[in-house]
Design a protein around this ligand. Structure first.
Ligand SMILES: NC(=O)c1ccc[n+]([C@@H]2O[C@H](COP(=O)([O-])OP(=O)(O)OC[C@H]3O[C@@H](n4cnc5c(N)ncnc54)[C@H](OP(=O)(O)O)[C@@H]3O)[C@@H](O)[C@H]2O)c1
Length: 425
């Protein structure tokens, strides 16, 4: 049996499994051992240097997507909540991600002037060109820039000539690697806050993750470091800039992270889970529902200066229950493959020791740890009294259920639910 990967936070590993009767079960690409075979690939993107307003470069770099009302130039004040949505300018970074796209759509539908920051090539492995990005973000003003370079972002926004009232950050490392997590979940996120503040933003909504409450992984530490700095910037706002408020949204599992086995089970494969299938549970939330919650954070004063854990409707579901649901919807007899969690511990220990000799493997070891984390840790709020995960204490929001989602994926397929570059997020 060789160990491979799986989409967290469902059941975390995919397995390449040969049973004694030579039944061959391939559940996913061996992402965290692939660096053993190939040098990790780095994608290099070229960003045009954006100049001050009126240069042709800038005109081409800041593009108004179709179907939108022109963004309004207004004076930003700390009381932007008193203005009509059409007079409120909201910057969205991470606008091209799984959640970010829905946040742009939701904010635009609510009548805000949305400025979406995007890369020249966006999406998983940069598969989307500018035209596709413009179509996806229609209803907003698309600003092609580089969030990893504060000065470039500053220049791009200067070219728009707009103040910013509030910013929403849905940035995340696309692969969960150590350097990339610190570059994006911390540094680029911080750039976004710094630049948004320079343009007058007085509220910052951060998409974080519920798992940061028990930080073990580098991306969790990177997110927590930014969360702490955001909270402290809010309490130490200077008199020269409007006071800063924040909403930190910590969702449970996304639907995409639980959908990885639908096609396999449909094809007659067993549902793979760790231990007895009850090691972890989550209250999954859809992209649309989470986007609505995030959009609520812009104006709702009761969501201001708070850390907001949020899950979808209904009770928490274990992997065993998710698997049972899937078999029921497919009208198939349940067939489970239970894998001891120790298998992952062995693989991680092996990778950790290899990393000492081959530092290039550090991301591979990190991916193994991410898989292990999501195989055993619930995506629920920790009860501070007991230190246990609590379904009851995890707030529910929205109406979309996992059962409806599974039904849709069974009928229509997985389009739009693809995981990121290492198939772990
Ligand atoms: N998966 C889950 O179940 C789950 C649960 C709870 C919380 N979360 C958290 O939710 C957050 C967002 O998740 P998601 O699935 O929406 O993320 P995603 O689809 O991977 O989107 C990431 C966004 O960040 C941008 N980005 C990444 N690297 C960049 C770079 N080098 N330069 C510029 N932009 C970059 C991406 O732009 P491009 O399109 O240009 O790549 C994209 O807009 C993450 O913080 C995650 O931890 C996830």
């Amino acid at each position: 049996m060789s160990l491979v990967f799986l989409p967290p936070p469902s059941n975390a590993l995919h397995f390449h499994y040969h049973t004694s009767n030579n039944n061959h079960l391939l559940l996913h690409l061996p992402s965290f051992i692939s660096p053993l075979l190939n040098a990790p690939q780095t994608h290099h993107y070229h960003y045009p240097r954006l100049r001050r307003p009126t240069t042709p470069n800038l005109i081409h770099s800041i593009i108004k997507a179709s179907n939108q009302s022109p963004a309004t130039t207004t004076t930003t004040t700390s009381s932007f909540r008193n203005k009509s949505p059409k007079d409120i300018n909201i910057l969205v970074v991470g606008s091209t991600g799984y959640i970010g796209r829905f946040v742009v759509r939701e904010l635009s539908a609510r009548g805000f002037n949305v400025v979406s920051v995007a890369r020249e090539r966006s999406g998983i492995r940069g598969r989307n060109d500018r035209e596709k990005t413009l179509r996806d973000l229609s209803g907003s003003t698309v600003c092609f820039s580089d969030v990893t370079d504060a000065e470039a972002l500053d220049r791009s926004l200067a070219g728009l000539g707009l103040p910013i009232d509030a910013a929403v950050c849905c940035l995340a490392s696309r692969n969960g690697g150590i350097k990339d997590s610190w570059n994006i979940d911390y540094a680029a996120t911080k750039n976004s806050l710094t630049v948004a503040r320079r343009f007058g933003a007085s509220h910052f909504v951060l998409l974080s993750a519920i798992c940061v409450q028990k930080p073990v992984l580098q991306f969790q530490r990177a997110k927590l470091k930014f969360e702490a700095e955001l909270i402290s910037s809010s309490s130490s706002s200077s008199s020269s800039s409007p006071p800063l408020t924040y909403s930190i949204v910590r969702p449970t599992a996304f639907f995409k992270s639980l959908a990885g086995q639908v096609d396999l089970v449909k094809d007659g494969k067993p549902y793979v889970m760790f231990g007895d299938g009850k090691l972890c549970a989550c209250k999954p939330i859809s992209e649309e529902d989470l986007a609505k919650f995030i959009a609520d954070c812009v104006l709702d004063e009761d969501k201001m200066n708070k850390i907001l854990p949020v899950g979808g409707p209904g009770k928490a579901l274990t992997p065993l229950e998710q698997g049972e649901m899937l078999f029921r919807l497919l009208g198939k007899k349940p067939k489970f493959l239970k894998v001891p969690i120790g298998v992952m511990d062995f693989a991680i220990a092996l990778l950790d020791s290899l990393t000492k000799v081959f530092p290039a493997l550090e991301d591979a070891a990190e991916f193994g740890k991410i898989g292990r984390y999501y195989a055993a840790e619930s995506m629920l709020l920790l009860d501070p009294q007991t230190g246990e995960y609590s379904s009851e204490m995890t707030p529910s929001y929205g109406t979309d259920t996992l059962e409806d989602f599974f039904q849709r994926v069974i009928k229509e397929g997985m389009a739009g639910q693809e995981l990121g570059e290492q198939t772990i997020f």
